[in-house]
Design a protein around this ligand. Structure first.
Ligand code: ATP
Ligand code: MG
Length: 357
């Protein structure tokens, strides 16, 4: 019998609880089918934690996350908390939890399901075979550098500073090489080395590490070119690794290739196999509580947890195959349905995927 893995479950706000409930159904079924053992513990986080505990990230939530092997998160935030002071905003909780758990990369797979090619804005022949992963640095760059306002010669000026140190670049580039080694062994390192000093340092580090990963084919791509190639021939990419802001933009672009935000999984990782897994989408307050949310992004995030944290490739592949099977059979939630009147609910979609496993 396999050892018991601990999963911290954070449902969060808006559609978070609805989509997480479906992922938990899938978790139960994979336990039964594959014999893995999981112990889940629920924790308060985000807007609901602000309401009930006066802070977006209560200490006991952090403890539950720290003592678990992985975290499954729904979504946090909503208009109710948007005008709160900084320390009482759900988004502040997100930054806090990443920092407290030492998560420095965000992984976003973008896979085009054959039967959903009609949902994308790109032509089917361009999308054919698209299966890529964006690895985005999360802790450095222009988001966290010094910022200031000052009076210059021509009036008010603003300054954002972009800083990266060798250690920050090294740890994420190593992670990306390792991920690429387990996939199709191609790594595109994206920078703007013709203009930015941080990009030149980034490229030096990548080139220094490359000989340690001889089976991975490396290419350096300028960010503007990468943005173009993602629309022109997305199937040419396997793993893309890049700094914080470029990754923010490119991962949203890659997301749109697949048709719907309701389909996209993500993982945030630190050193080792610990990870926090969540759908790419937000709390979608406009559709919350109506059974309209697509649970597939959260279910695929669970599959990613099985693959990256637990190494349960059989269960991960089974979940992904079940999703493809249900979509192939024509079942759609309203976000991906061409004929909205035939759309199924959040729980119906979860039931079908669980049954397919
Ligand atoms: P955030 O600031 O958290 O990113 P947002 O409002 O920018 O929030 P989402 O909450 O992801 O972004 O919602 C964007 C749009 O996509 C909304 O119209 C929402 O209803 C829709 N959407 C998001 N997730 C899903 C889902 N799982 N199923 C169906 N529609 C979704
Ligand atoms: Mg948003």
């Amino acid at each position: 019998m396999s050892e018991v893995k601990k999963i911290a479950v954070i449902a969060g706000d808006g559609i978070g609880p609805e989509v997480v409930a479906e992922a938990e159904k899938v978790l139960k079924v994979t336990e039964e089918v594959f014999g893995y053992k999981f112990e889940t513990e629920h924790a308060l986080f985000g807007g609901i934690a602000i309401d009930e505990r006066g802070t977006p990230l209560p200490e006991d939530t952090l403890e539950i996350c720290r003592s678990a092997d992985a975290v499954l998160l729904g979504a946090v935030g909503g208009p109710k908390w948007d005008n709160n002071s900084k320390e009482l905003r759900p988004e502040t909780g997100l930054l806090g939890i990443r920092k407290a758990l030492g998560l420095f990369s965000n992984l976003r797979p973008a896979v085009v399901f054959d039967c959903l090619k009609d949902a994308s804005t790109l032509k089917p022949e361009v999308l054919e075979g698209t299966d890529l992963m964006v690895v985005r640095e999360l802790t450095g760059g222009i988001y966290f550098g010094e910022k200031l306002r000052r009076q210059g010669e021509h009036g008010e000026e603003a300054v954002d500073t972009c800083v990266y140190n060798v250690t920050e670049v090294e740890r994420i580039v190593r992670q990306a090489f390792e991920i690429a080694g387990k996939r199709r062994k191609k790594l595109a390192s994206v920078d703007k080395a013709n203009v930015l000093e941080t990009s030149r340092l980034w490229r030096e580090v990548v080139n220094r590490l490359a000989p340690e990963y001889p089976d991975v084919e490396l290419e350096h791509v300028l960010v503007d070119n990468c943005a173009m190639q993602l629309l022109r021939r997305p199937s040419s990419f396997d793993v893309i690794v890049t700094e914080n802001m470029f990754g923010d933009i490119l991962s949203d672009e890659a997301a749109m290739l697949t048709g719907s935000i309701g389909m996209l999984a993500s993982a945030s990782m630190g050193e080792g196999s610990y990870g926090l897994y969540e759908p790419v989408h937000g709390s979608a307050p406009d559709i919350a509580g109506q059974g309209l949310a697509n649970p597939i992004a959260t279910i695929l995030s669970l599959a990613l947890m099985f693959r990256l944290t637990f190494g349960y490739e059989d269960a991960a592949a089974a979940i992904e195959a079940a999703v493809a099977e249900v979509l192939d059979a024509g079942h759609r939630t309203s976000d991906i349905a061409v004929d909205k009147s035939k759309a199924i609910s959040t729980t119906q979609m979860g039931d079908l995927i669980a049954a397919a496993i």
